[in-house]
Design a protein around this ligand. Sequence first.
Ligand SMILES: [Ca+2]
Ligand SMILES: [Ca+2]
Length: 371
Amino acid sequence: MIGFTGALKRCVSPLLSFVIASLLASALQIFFFSPISDPQPLTLPLPSPASSFLPSNTDLQRVNRVAEGFLKNPEDVCVDKKGTLYTATRDGWIKRLHRGDGSWENWTMINSQTMLGITAAEDGGIIVCDTEEGLLKVDEDGVTTVLLSYVNGSKLSFADDVIEAGDGSLYFSVASTKFGLHNWYMDVLEAKPHGQLLRLDPYRNQTSLVLDNLGFANGVALSKDQDFLIVCETWKFRCLRHWLKGESQGKTETFTENLPGGPDNINLAPDGTFWIALIQPVREGWGFVHTSKAAKHLVATFPQTINVVSALRRKAVVVNVGADGKIIRKLEDPSGKVLSFVTTALEFGGHLYLGSLNSDYVAKLPLTDVA
Ligand SMILES: [Ca+2]
Ligand SMILES: [Ca+2]
């Protein structure tokens, strides 16, 4: 018996030492190698968000897949005055859809894997946010030039979305001045406001800071009359309104908040409302990860766990929001069966065009089919 206990002790103590050493090593690794510093608790949307009066639905499961297999991770779409639809794909192309014959064209190769928001330019062509290169202009002939790559001597990185105002100004967001596209989720985990909204005056070639300390500055849109600008703050689950004209000019206020997801791109609809794509950075039942510093460090150190704690690839939600900031409609794929990680929704010609970082097509939904 004593012999057995002794053998057990001899066996258990190395095992225990191993377990303790492993835990210590993990803790040290997490402490020293975590890419985030002093993470803050995330204020999650309330369990009964403003949209809860809108019933859950499966409207986004009824989309048609356009150009399936041809469009790699189309993060954003835009449409020009002629009705040509553009998207930037993750394999470096700007591709476009010709309205007449419905054909897609490999329009111009940018040779970049880091393109995000795009917008149609007033004088033809499009403007592209490239998280590495800055702001790019692709003219009508498909020729690309760099519009802006430095801001006050610092490299412009993580430009996320851009919109052109009638006076030629380009308003654009910088999602994070600390993290990049490849580790954007660290910005969510750290939950400190590193985002900005800037304005480029192309005639004077001057860039100015419009808003600072934003919680992952993402989509930007102008109102129909261009009297205000909206910027989305992804991990704050809200959008801000910045007045450009009128008696509130220069003032900033909350436009819509407590959204059922993190707002990504936003697009003005023909009737003056807005379509906002909402990504799902927090998985239901996993909110504790976003309130515990230790859990945040753990996920940040082992980023392969992001797909476990987030619902990015499990759900798709878009909302239609009035010019007063109130949610009018909510369209969903609640299980991600057909669509997930939808990052943009653009209304054009009675259809909604949806881009996603988890698809190889643009989804198209006739708006007559949804309530
Ligand atoms: Ca855009
Ligand atoms: Ca975006």
